[in-house]
Ligand binder design. Sequence first.
Ligand SMILES: [Zn+2]
Length: 192
Amino acid sequence: MKQPDFTNLGDHLVLNFLNTLQHYRGQEIDLIDSPSHLVQWILYMEQHQWLSASQRERLITQGTWDLTQVQQFRQYGRAFLGGSASRVLFFNYLSGVSQQCPLTFSLVDHGTHVERIAVPNRGGTAGLLSLLSYDFMGLITSDMLSRTKQCESSRCIAYFVNRSGKRKWCSMETCGNRQKSLRHYKRRYTSH
Ligand SMILES: [Zn+2]
């Protein structure tokens, strides 16, 4: 089966997850519309160092998937970032989700830095959503929440952490170039 194109990485694990909902020609595209696509997303996150091997192993070998719950989490998370969900209710929701499955922590020494890794006690939906809730709480309690913004491309709904404060697009390769060539086209053919 062809792997969906998980290109919209947002500089935070949970944003990468929220970006599995995309827009294409006015249609919503759900990149994790089946358990096998969800597992492919987890493998992709490991390949790009957003998840460790121990996290990936726990998530995909010990659990079953409830896609409705996973998609609800994504929808609610997107509504919170978009400002249309109550903060208090969303914070309570994240607490409730994390209570479904405890996490244990370990430290991995990379030489140049030490990484803290949270591994859920179970895999599948409960483990994934607990891990994503923890990551979301990390985003909310850091200064990264105020830097989280949505891509300025009219065709894109991806979220990303705007670390420089100047970034406009989720990715220069896709949305950035597309917008620039669109502007170039407009200047060339419409402004005289
Ligand atoms: Zn974009």
